[in-house]
Design a binder for this molecule. Sequence first.
Ligand SMILES: [Zn+2]
Length: 61
Amino acid sequence: MSENDAPYSSSWESYSLEGFDGGTFNKEGAAAGWPEVFAHLRPACPNCKRILTEADLERAQ
Ligand SMILES: [Zn+2]
């Protein structure tokens, strides 16, 4: 094995929402859909603590 072999070549998806109150979510294998990511992260507005939706994040970007 050469040192160029990536040890993390298996598909790991890591989700985090920096700037929001929420956790991180890691999923091995198939990509998680946004509904699943949101179910785990439960992102909230740092100001008013309202739970954000997928639409809220799309608007923020
Ligand atoms: Zn807010």
